[in-house]
Design a protein around this ligand. Sequence first.
Ligand code: FAD
Length: 371
Amino acid sequence: MDPKSPDFVVVGGGTVGAAIAYGLARNGLSVMLLDEGDIAHRAARGNFGNIWVQGKGHNNPAYADLTRAAANSWASYANELQAETEIDLHFRRPGAFYLCFTHEDFQKRTAMMRAIDRAASVSSPFEILDGSELRKRLAGVGPSIVGATFSPDDGTANPLHLLRALILAFQRRGGAYRPRCKLLSFRPEGMGYTLETTDGVTAGSRIVLAAGLANKELAAIAGINAPVRPVRGQVLVTEKLAPFLDYGTNFIRQTVEGGCIIGESSEEAGFDDGTTLPILRETARRAAQAFPILKHARVVRSWGALRIMTPDGIPVYEESSQLPGVYAVSVHSGVTLAPFHSSALVEKLIQGRLGGDLAPFSSRRFNVQKA
Ligand SMILES: Cc1cc2nc3c(=O)[nH]c(=O)nc-3n(C[C@H](O)[C@H](O)[C@H](O)COP(=O)(O)OP(=O)(O)OC[C@H]3O[C@@H](n4cnc5c(N)ncnc54)[C@H](O)[C@@H]3O)c2cc1C
């Protein structure tokens, strides 16, 4: 292997890969970041921008703790990236309401929040608000919303600014960014790996696979089971409106510029990332039910994007046992977890060990036979 080969090749320049690449470069390592480009599915460019804590980690306290700790690091992370790049991430943490449309939903939500709270080690306060309490706290909410849970730990950021800042900060730290460069395959050679790409052959000592939905095939080359599947979300954006929503919610947020981003659908639609009228109509209907002011807002844009979903919705952080130094990272909540990916995960990658407190995120959990 060429002695000038980078310490790490990170595959996938979405929010996850870019956060890891930036963190590695910040630690003084030489890093190459490969990204297939616009023809690939790219969740990083279609997501909602919530830094979402409440309800995360039901039946998995380790995931609840990971999410809570990452969200608690977001303010300093946003400041750090802004200092590195002069890009404002529009990070805010006013807290968010999860709106319940039915009594059944409200009861289930309440029980789930209490169960997570009992099991988690990192504390995260929350409130349960019935309809009348909710209306005192959240101006403009519709009369049919039966209640909500509120967490002061939830926040929002502009996901496109985040991605741009991560890649710029990575480059300013000396990282080599190679867009429109798709990894085709890789194999061990000498003390590292040879990688075959659409842009020629390259090499690196270690490889981090963070290629979103492509991780399933790429990780299999290293014998890692990363059974991610696409789950489509459809999103609407309204025209710019006068500020009316000071908080986040589970499916509507008003951006700094005034437009509302609205989306909550979750569909098994294969690799089709288009939009459909029935889903968009239902999304708009529920948005107007939640905030009647939206009834007359014009929709200016809509899109579909594919979530990167593991069978249990929990991240995969795994090192290959067949090819040491090859790691797979598959995550749905890449915005929320970005501070973790740039720091604590990077420290573990540098040490070359993903065990310990990351053991619950091993993909070996999918290998357990069903009784
Ligand atoms: C509708 C929707 C809403 C969401 N809302 C939120 C939210 O509110 N909060 C939150 O935290 N998360 C949210 N997410 C999830 C979030 O978008 C992802 O976790 C995030 O984008 C990170 O994903 P990623 O980097 O793993 O994948 P992607 O963003 O898909 O990036 C993968 C990258 O890998 C590249 N690639 C693929 N194959 C190859 C290859 N062979 N060689 C080189 N490069 C390759 C692609 O070009 C792509 O850029 C949402 C997702 C969706 C779809």
